[in-house]
Design a binder for this molecule. Structure first.
Ligand code: GUN
Ligand code: FE
Length: 453
């Protein structure tokens, strides 16, 4: 049996009581958290197993991001300063349409490198129309915890060559789900991904929802109500608001994750709540595409599930959970007052709330006995961080740690990342890939892809 003892200066557990522990160690057996013990109660020098000495660092749960497009990472910086529909029509649809298996593989690897080195250990990915098996191969190889599925598109007014028939989309999803749902020891699950109303017929949406019944634990993942022109077009097509339309055709339940949810009426907010829908909030993308600001404080007040996602690299342009946390907090303050979206609330959206959104809160999202050892170590003893070891302003140091994580820290403070207790990134270097190789192969693949564009 493989035993490891991970020593930490501080453990920010994200459990129900937001417990913060000092000078504790996490014992990991077979990739799971077996015990959390005070360093006083453990004989480190005689420990019967491997000792991971991170006793200078702060341990937090791996981040969960509930809206990602790995297939778009190769297009980072190639679609700036556009609004959603132009961004899709002029750049993203033609780019995704031009993917070969090789360019897709590189895009996925670049994305996983970025996510893992930044402390994200669980993702919900939107996939792409063709060659989705490549994404699953890469997810399984690298060991990230993921929900993914082929991005379904059976209509496309914006860029008609980028779609497939309804039957092709459904058969592809079914074949892939049979192969990859619950693969890699249950770490990889299927996330059915009809892209958005504008790319999906009602038949496709309804039959996808029906198909999910065959794959318990799978997720229904789509975009909704992101952009004014998008919702106007949905209204013209369906006679309804986006979420009212989804509700009317039976798409909404607790296994539905809707990215964005910006342009909603009261009735739609009620329907998110009554159907226990999960909102994936993507603040950086929403700002960069000029889409708007989702009313997240209201969702939280209504106890609607909210979690965070970086969306795709070309609309962000980072995949860092730190950037999402920072933006999730800051964008609400001018509207809802600075007391809205405090650091602890936002930290929970990026960890345990993400896990709950995907129904994997018994496995990840917090540091508790019995959960998987998906863990991130932060170096906060830095000149660019709040001075540690101080109780001030009526706040204990343990309460102040959330301020450091959400408002000051970035990917640069990530010292190490573990998935199932296995080290996957150290000092900003993802150990699974050679960064220089990724960059030079990326250049080659992007050059080739642009010739097909
Ligand atoms: N809506 C449909 N497709 C996309 C996409 O790729 N990114 C974003 N942000 N919104 C979308
Ligand atoms: Fe998206």
């Amino acid at each position: 049996m493989k035993r490891k003892l991970l020593l930490a200066n501080r453990i920010v557990t994200a459990d129900a009581k937001n417990t913060v522990l000092r000078n504790h160690a996490v014992e990991i057996i077979e990739g799971k958290i077996e015990r959390i013990v005070s360093l006083k109660d453990v004989n480190v020098s005689n420990y019967n197993g491997e000792v991971l000495d991170y006793s200078r660092y702060t341990l937090i749960p791996g981040f969960v991001q509930t809206h990602i497009h790995l297939c778009q990472t190769l297009f980072r910086g190639l679609a700036d300063d556009l609004e959603l529909l132009d961004w899709l029509q002029k750049r993203i649809f033609p780019f995704e349409n031009a993917h070969t298996k090789n360019s897709l593989r590189l895009s996925v690897r670049l994305g996983l490198h970025d996510l893992l080195s930044g402390g994200t250990t669980t993702i919900l990915d939107m996939g792409t129309l063709r060659h989705q098996e490549v994404i699953f191969e890469e997810l399984n190889w690298c060991g990230v915890r993921a929900f993914a599925g082929n991005c379904m598109m059976d209509q496309n007014e914006l860029y008609p060559s980028f779609r497939e028939t309804t039957d092709w989309n459904l058969k592809t999803a079914h074949d892939l789900a049979k192969t990859y749902h619950d693969s890699n020891g249950g770490k990889v699950k299927f996330g059915f991904a009809p892209r958005f109303v504008l790319s999906c017929t009602e038949k496709l949406l309804k039959e996808t929802k029906e198909m999910m019944k065959e794959f318990p634990g799978s997720i229904f993942h789509t975009h909704s109500s992101e952009n004014q022109k998008e919702v106007e077009t949905v209204r013209k097509l369906t006679g309804k608001e986006n979420i009212e339309y989804f509700n009317s055709i039976g798409m909404l339940d607790s296994h539905t994750v809707l990215a964005h949810c910006i342009h909603l009426n009261e009735n739609e907010i009620k329907s998110l709540k009554s159907n226990s829908v999960r909102v994936a909030h993507c603040p950086s993308s929403n700002l960069k595409l000029g889409s708007g600001i989702a009313n997240v404080p209201r969702f939280i007040k209504e106890e609607i599930s909210v979690s965070l996602g970086a969306d795709g690299a070309p609309c962000n342009n980072t995949l860092s959970a730190f950037t999402e946390m920072r933006h999730a907090a800051l964008i609400q303050k001018p509207i809802h007052w600075p007391t809205a979206m405090d650091a602890l609330t936002v930290f929970r959206l990026a960890t345990i709330e993400g896990a709950k959104a995907l129904h994997v809160e018994n496995e990840v999202g917090s540091i508790e006995v019995g959960k998987k050892a998906d863990l991130v170590l932060l170096d906060l003893e830095k000149a660019d961080q709040p001075i540690q070891g101080i109780n001030a302003q009526g706040l204990s140091e343990d309460e102040r740690v959330y301020s450091a994580i959400v408002y000051s820290a970035s990917k640069e403070n990530v010292k190490a990342v573990l998935i199932d207790g296995k080290l996957v990134s150290e000092n900003g270097n993802c150990l699974l890939y050679d960064e220089n190789e990724l960059v030079s192969e990326g250049k080659q693949e992007l050059n080739e892809l642009l010739k097909r564009f």
